[in-house]
Design a protein around this ligand. Structure first.
Ligand code: FES
Ligand code: FES
Length: 180
């Protein structure tokens, strides 16, 4: 049994300690906002915060995560109004959206450390791959998110949350039973 805190709640996984954190989050905790891309540490789609640091959850085992504080995209902001989320929408830096949760986690960790990152710092801190190629818009969005976080700017057309992320996870289970 491996214990950790996920999105502010104590969690115990009845899984082998060498299970990748990504699998535990998606398949056991039903937190499917964290995406399974390459599974090998290349794409960044699986990024979560581990004790505030953006890490690839496919490369960490739950044994290594024991006792640590994990935040997934579902726990970043209950109403999806984190400045990075607002700015990505406002700058249209989302196309298919597959890379977006991992990118948001990387960018939010960056802004927590450096409120006003330069373009070079953003590019260095966001290694996430985007097959849709939103990179230029992404840099603009993260710069803008920094301004929002510093209260130098407001995004008035912030996305209105449609549904609670936890309700969505309950309504759309990761593994649904086959129909008889
Ligand atoms: S799924 Fe983890 S880096 Fe690609
Ligand atoms: S928006 Fe499609 S992979 Fe990045």
């Amino acid at each position: 049994m491996t214990s950790m805190t996920v999105n502010g709640r104590p969690v115990r996984f009845r899984m082998e300690p060498d299970t990748p954190l990504l699998w535990a989050l998606r398949d056991a905790a039903n937190l499917t906002g964290t995406k399974y891309g390459c599974g090998e540490g290349d794409c960044g789609a699986c990024m979560v915060h581990v004790d505030g640091e953006a890490l690839r959850s496919c490369l960490i085992t739950i044994g290594e995560a024991e006792g640590r504080f994990i935040t997934t995209i579902e726990g970043l902001s209950r109403d999806r109004t984190h400045p990075v989320q607002q700015a990505l929408v406002a700058e249209q830096a989302i196309q298919c959206g597959f890379c977006t949760p991992g990118t948001v986690m990387a960018a939010s960790a960056l802004l927590a450390k450096s409120g006003s990152p330069s373009e070079a710092e953003i590019k260095a801190a966001i290694p996430n791959l985007c097959r849709c190629g939103v990179y230029p818009r992404l840099v603009r969005a993260i710069e803008r998110a920094g301004r929002v976080a510093r209260r130098q700017e407001r995004i008035s057309a912030a996305p209105v949350p449609g549904i609670n992320a936890e309700d969505a996870a309950r309504d759309v289970p990761a593994i649904s039973a086959p129909e008889d």
